[in-house]
Design a protein around this ligand. Sequence first.
Ligand code: SF4
Length: 327
Amino acid sequence: MAVLTDTEVQNTNQLTVANIQQLSELNEGDVVLINPDGSISVLYEIQSLHNAIMATERCNHRCIMCPQPPILQEKDKTDFNLKLLSLFDKNTKGIGITGGEPTLIGDNLLVLIEYIKKHFPTSSISLLSNGVKFADYKYAQKLALTMHRDLQIDIPIFSDIDTEHNRIVGANTFYKTIYGLYNLAKFRQKIGLRIVVHKQTYKRLPQMAEFIYRNFPFVFHVAFMQMETTGLAEQNIDELWIDPYDYNNELEEAVLNLARRNMNVSIYNSQLCILPESIRNYAKQSISDWKNIYLAECDGCELKWECAGFFASAENRHSNKIQRITI
Ligand code: SF4
């Protein structure tokens, strides 16, 4: 099928989608979904390092800052996702599995992992999960038995206090997530922890770091993440927003606490100019390219090439302390 701008449509007798704006942003090998209303969604970008499939849009949590609010019912997407994967370039370096909560599709998640393992032998997998389902020992075992050589399961944790975590995720699942982490550790799975920082989580970042070191020294990676202000985060913004500059003390203490103990720690989605120099080298370029922007203030910044920049949704809401860096 041809996907064309309106000026080209006269010259083809192929099955054609026409009048697509910004066609120049697509590359040969990208995969698009043509929606019934004629719009197109880009599902795979051959040049991106952040390609992912959405296992389901359902979720068993209702996190107050969820950037992608879940839906209640849907037709299982596994066949669609297998078809989508079949269109990916065989040399894709990394494939994400996201949601919603991917484990809600049960054993079909293992089908997706097995497919990726077979057809993309050099690709890593990043599985984003709330970890609850892995409290089921047998399910954690099944995941381990896929024997994928480079699968990382990234699990968010929001507080060292059970009731606080439960309030933020909108479910009484703190201990299930903890059991899930231990079950995955028993099977020597590669685990990442993610802490989204906002007004309701920043104060206890130092305690969180200590909690993680004491209880989960086996995790491969810990990421402190600046919040994306879209979806439910946007709806609940008054309860969640704090200028990221204003939690630097807590962030610095937490990051350095874990780093001094040789834990692998990163800061995601943050801008270098607002971070204390002591923790700038933990910041990573973590924002998916399709939603990554820089502001006018960034023009001429000498650290732009290594700075994560902003989520597109941050254009109108970001730290007041953004300032280009000249060395
Ligand atoms: S000015 Fe922009 S590019 Fe430079 S460090 Fe700040 S956010 Fe990053």
